[in-house]
Each structure stands twice: as C-alpha cells, then as structure tokens.
Design a protein. Structure first.
Length: 148
C-alpha cells in the first residue's frame, strides 16, 4: 500500500514526536492516501515504530489519581471528568467513563472506525452542550496522552 519512501516518511514523523492522530492526518494530507485511523495504527505497528508519548498531562482540573495512575471517577466540581477503562469494552478500540458537571454519568467508547459512542447510565439523560464540548476536549487530550 505504501512505498518504501512513504514508509520512511512515516518513520520520520514518528521519530519527530508526532502522535498517531497526527501521522494519520499527514498520511492523508501530505501523502494523499486515505485510510482509517485503525489502518494507520496497524501501519505504525507493522513498521515497528514507537510513538513518543508526551509527558502526562492532567485529564481534568484538580483530578486525583488512584494507585494505578488512572484518574479517579469522582466528578470535578463544576467540570467534566473523563477516565479510561483499564480493560477496553468489546468491539471498541478504547473506552472509558465520563462524569458530567451535573453528576450524570456515562460510558464512552471509540470503535475501530473511529466513531464515538456515549451510553448514559440513565436512559433519558442528556448532558448540556457545554458539558459535551468539555467532554470532547478532555477526551481528545486523554487520548493524545495515551498516544492514540
């Protein structure tokens, strides 16, 4: 699918510290090759490229961590708290939990096609628009710190 020159370019991007999402975007933008995020992840694995993980950033304001280094699931006062599952849900590439500012909770997952799913604990629960935006921002930061 990729030429040797293109594979070397991907290796250079990884060596320069690009995240998987940045590499995925560059494959499309700079090489003109369309592939899914999952395919890009497989490519990086196949090339045996190690992605540099940025130093850990806090997921939410004033978040606390448990002994395993994962953020707690307690709500951040006035904010949104996003955590990763230690065991990913079936059929998901990555999954976790979110607690919204009003105390509402949901499970989230990203499937192999890169689609985000949100499953609230209470069937009729709808987070506010501000909470959804904060969730998406924090989720993006969390996935970036994990090299995804």
């Amino acid at each position: 699918m990729l030429t040797d020159d293109q594979k070397n370019t991907v290796r250079q991007w990884a060596a320069a510290g690009d995240s998987l999402s940045e590499i995925h975007r560059k494959i499309s933008d700079e090489l003109g090759i369309t592939m899914t995020y999952f395919d890009a992840r497989l490519l990086v694995s196949e090339l045996e490229v190690s992605l540099n993980k940025p130093e850990e950033e806090e997921v939410g304001q004033d978040s606390e961590e448990t002994s395993d280094g994962m953020p707690t699931e307690e709500a951040v006062p006035g904010g949104v708290d996003v955590t990763l599952d230690s065991v990913t849900q079936p059929q998901a590439m990555v999954s976790g939990k979110v607690t919204f500012s009003d105390g509402g909770r949901a499970s989230w997952s990203v499937d192999q096609m890169g689609r985000l799913g949100l499953d609230p604990e209470t069937e009729s629960y709808q987070p506010s628009e501000d909470d959804v935006m904060a969730f998406q921002t924090q989720l993006q930061q969390l996935l970036k710190t994990q090299g995804l």
